[in-house]
Write a protein that binds this ligand. Sequence first.
Ligand code: ZN
Length: 320
Amino acid sequence: MPLYFSLVLQNALVKNFDFVSVEVVDSPNLTEGPFYLASAGIGGDPLIIEYGNDDYLIPLVDRSKVYDLIPTIRQIPSYKDKDFFACGAGAGPFDWIQQCCEGIYNIKVNQNGSVDNENHVVRTTSNGIQVLKVPNNETRAALLGNIFLTEGNAGKVLKVVSRNRTGDENFISSMRKGLTEYYSEDQIVGLGGVFVMKSGSAFVHVMDDFSETPINTDEDLNNWLTFHQVQAPLIALGDFVSQETDFKLRLQHFHSYSRHNQGGHYHHDTTPSIVEYEGYFNIVNRIIIVDKNSAIASTFSIATIILSTSIAMFLELVRK
Ligand code: ZN
């Protein structure tokens, strides 16, 4: 007897959090605080775009690897000319600030070409980190990243609340590992969306400016990355998948920012006893791989993994 999808997440989260609630709700207006998305909803033709690859960044950067989100997304046949909302995590548009940075993508593009761009970057400074909102016409991403793409419609979403962490897994890895355990290797499941860490603090990294010497080892990488404790409320955007697949997908990738000049690539919270998360997610129907030009994907620039189970899962969700 299969479990309801939301129960799979619930069972996974209770292993790591004292209080857990997973329910299917009509999406609140996510343009409002504390979420501040560029789109009210995260529904309609949901998919993940995984673009670029680690080897465009290390051992040394390949500065040609820049992906303007608008023409990239317009190459997807079902997104040729409709409204879209794209959010997620990746390297930021380094050409804009002439510095390597973390990108936090949060952008609505309408059929008529108008853009509501809430993209941000986080970069290192001489005395810490800085969050910058990018200009409305700066729509580039770079090097590698993960975008959760939808039509931005209102509708049913998964609302996930977790408080008081009691286990070792973070908010996202709890859910991800639960999916990996429950679903088979052929039943790849992917989710994307937004969560807010409402209280406590989190451990994040922010890439320093590009290294001039090759990053060859994990030690080199950890010496180059900068690590920070950042305070709630933090807005985090990204996606996670249940299987790496032959495409060596990134299993989870969320970038965070805030209105108090803090943010970065989310690792985990550092205040388990007081942490509180509230997230809204949707299940994707496919994963589109763009220019992941290494390993098995070397012979083409765009590939698609169709997730045949996602529609059935979504129906199961809304019937509940
Ligand atoms: Zn990242």
